[in-house]
Design a protein around this ligand. Structure first.
Ligand code: XBP
Ligand code: MG
Length: 256
């Protein structure tokens, strides 16, 4: 079966949002709540082991701040902090704090012109996705994606396959016609567990060196005609950037 659908992760894949976006928004919410928690760049790298902001805060308390006196309703406490964090993050996106990664807009435009169907599968909160897309692609950008599968719409976040399975079910497609785009080991595990075998990874500072076993291709970035990408695993795109012809060839080699 041919390639019909491209499904994109958001954080780390469409844009490098973690270090200078999510991390800062968490810290702003903590300061506002009068907490002395400060997630520096190195600690945040460790916390990224757990996807989802609420889940990440609970992991932080379990593993890195055991002395904190938890309120009786810790889930409610964390949910409140997370709501504040989301507001900070959305504001940052509205202000255009984080651009798309190289090659992302080019590939999206090319895919649309080629008639490929687009979707998003992410653990982040829906508002975080739409504010990023509005700021980077303009107000029409959201509609480029047939499905934006995000956040708590499924109970189990990545590395569980649920968000990819949900996106495919919404579109009425099977894994054979899909290709996924990820940046992290958790994302790769989620994709593969959903049955999708065609998978491109673009690494970033937090994820380079992770285990991407099973990925079809691992690149430093998607690449542009004037700024070529490097392949870390698999065959480098012929012209120095990944285009739709390259995706189709990769998908055909992978057998869907
Ligand atoms: C992204 C995440 C997200 C964000 C925070 O993972 O882990 O949790 O860091 O988002 P992936 P929220 O790229 O694998 O989807 O705070 O909105 O949960
Ligand atoms: Mg990611």
């Amino acid at each position: 079966m041919g390639l019909d659908v491209l499904i994109f992760d958001v954080d780390g894949t469409l844009a490098d949002t973690e270090r200078d976006g999510h991390r800062l928004a968490f810290n702003r919410a903590f300061a506002e709540a009068g907490l002395d928690w400060n997630w520096d760049e190195a600690l945040y790298g460790k916390l990224l082991k757990v996807t989802g902001g609420k889940e990440r805060m609970l992991y932080y308390l379990d593993e890195f701040n055991r002395d904190f006196k938890r309120p009786a309703d810790v889930a409610g406490f964390v949910a409140g902090l997370h709501q504040a964090k989301t507001q900070h993050y959305a504001r940052m996106m509205e202000e255009g704090a984080i651009p798309l990664r190289p090659g992302v807009k080019r590939l999206l435009l090319e895919a649309r012109a080629a008639g490929l169907r687009l979707a998003i599968a992410t653990t982040t909160t829906p508002l975080n996705v739409t504010t990023l897309l509005d700021a980077t692609l303009g107000p029409a950008g959201k509609a480029w994606f047939e499905v934006i599968a995000a956040g708590d719409v499924v109970p189990a976040k990545k590395p569980a396959p649920d968000i990819y399975s949900y996106a495919m079910a919404q579109m009425g497609v099977t894994p054979e016609v899909c290709m996924a785009f990820e940046d992290s080991d958790n994302g790769v595990r989620s994709v593969l567990a959903s049955g999708i075998k065609s998978l491109v990874v673009t690494v970033n500072a937090y994820t380079q060196g992770q285990d991407f076993s099973g990925a079809s291709l691992v690149l430093d970035q998607l690449g542009e005609p004037e700024a070529h990408c490097q392949a870390l695993f698999g065959e480098a795109p012929r012209d120095g950037y990944l285009d739709v012809a390259g995706l189709r060839a990769l998908h055909a080699r992978q057998g869907g």
